[in-house]
Design a protein around this ligand. Structure first.
Ligand code: PRP
Ligand code: MN
Ligand code: MG
Length: 181
């Protein structure tokens, strides 16, 4: 276990559990996208870890691009009002786009992102997320590939942050209360 992991209260998913599920998702994607021009779109910064591991577990050729969006404005909760901080480099028209996310919480970020990407006339747009919180959903988002459904608790690790920290944990878990105070 990593030193930074001592700030965890409870481990929800171990490094091994995550790796095994990522392999399964990659195999599913290999089958579904065989022979297609697929562009993986990672949403910065949280998706960095899952993008790196998922893409390397895939056996079909893929291209990768990144978007950075801000949905939190000045408040602490997702507002649904999204700003593009970094747009795609690639033109996605006619291509098969797979958005890669670390977590879907309220769904507001992704819902906006999917509408935005769809307007660029890709051949298809689907979503792959490592984590999803069904009980936190404020808007329905169609997600084709889900790693794990988890309870509505604040979790960090494997890309997910608290104040930009804990992204480099290799497990996913809840933070101990002393971290907040
Ligand atoms: C987090 C997470 C998702 C989004 C999910 O990103 O990585 O992208 O929030 O929230 P939602 O479903 O309620 O919209 P965040 O905005 O914290 O940026 P980060 O990836 O840089 O941490
Ligand atoms: Mn994010
Ligand atoms: Mg974050």
């Amino acid at each position: 276990a990593q030193d930074v992991g001592t700030d965890l209260e409870r481990v929800l998913l171990t490094k091994e559990q995550i790796a095994a599920r990522v392999q399964e998702l990659a195999a599913e994607l290999d089958r579904d996208y065989a022979g297609k021009d697929v562009l993986l779109v990672g949403v910065l910064k949280g998706a960095v870890m899952v993008m790196a591991d998922l893409s390397r577990a895939m056996r079909i050729p893929v291209a990768m691009d990144w978007m950075a969006v801000s949905s939190y404005g000045s408040g602490t909760r997702s507002s649904g009002v999204v700003r593009i901080l970094k747009d795609l480099d690639a033109d996605i028209s006619g291509r098969h786009v797979l958005v890669v996310e670390d977590i879907i919480d309220s769904g507001l970020t992704l819902s906006w992102l999917l509408a935005n990407l769809s307007s660029r006339e890709p051949a298809s747009v689907r979503v792959c997320t490592l984590l999803r919180k069904p009980d936190a959903a404020k808007v329905h988002v169609d997600v084709a590939y889900v790693g794990f459904d988890i309870p509505n608790e604040f979790v960090v690790g494997y890309g997910l942050d608290f104040a930009d920290r804990y992204r480099n944990l290799d497990a996913v878990g809840t933070l101990a209360p002393h971290v907040y105070s």
